[in-house]
Design a protein around this ligand. Structure first.
Ligand SMILES: [Cu+2]
Length: 165
């Protein structure tokens, strides 16, 4: 009797290890959408804006759209931006209608491309902080995530899903 209880305990302890590992991987699910590794960058004192980055994978058969983002604890206004070369000049423009996430596609928000812009920052972001944000999708609804604040100048290279830049 006692032995079998101990065995059951040992089994449940060993089962809890892979679950803990999944939590550390820092990703989120909403319906068919997988949201991977939201992160931001530490800001120099006085900066009023910060970028936000993540990857969104649509494993379903229907397109969705990231419509808006809010992060009221740190930011007065949050926008979705695109950085693109225009006649040889890097320009940034807000995407008023958000970003389409086609069925089967993985859309990356990263430095130099699509990104989230935390405007009217209420305080500087410090490396190691976690910033709460809410993503709103046309079909999948709202998803709460946490952006990890990485070092000034970080390009996300410390994360396995971001490679080649
Ligand atoms: Cu921007």
């Amino acid at each position: 009797m006692t032995k079998s209880i101990l065995a059951a305990l040992a089994l449940s302890l060993s089962l809890s290890i892979p679950l803990g590992g999944a939590a550390l991987a820092h990703d989120y699910k909403a319906g068919a959408l997988k949201i991977d590794h939201p992160w931001s960058r530490a800001t120099p004192g006085g900066a009023k804006v910060a970028g936000g980055y993540l990857a969104i994978e649509n494993t379903g058969t229907e397109a969705d759209r990231l419509v808006s983002i809010s992060a009221p604890t740190i930011s007065g206004r949050t926008e979705i931006h695109e950085m693109a070369l225009n006649n040889g000049v890097m320009t940034m423009r807000p995407l008023e209608s958000g970003v389409a996430i086609p069925a089967g596609a993985k859309v990356e928000f990263k430095p130099g491309g699509y990104h989230i812009m935390f405007m009217e920052l209420k305080q500087p972001l410090k490396q190691g902080d976690s910033v709460k944000g809410t993503l709103a999708f046309e079909k999948a609804g709202t998803v709460e995530v946490e952006f990890r604040v990485e070092a000034v100048g970080a390009r996300g290279a410390d994360h396995g899903a971001h490679k080649g830049h």
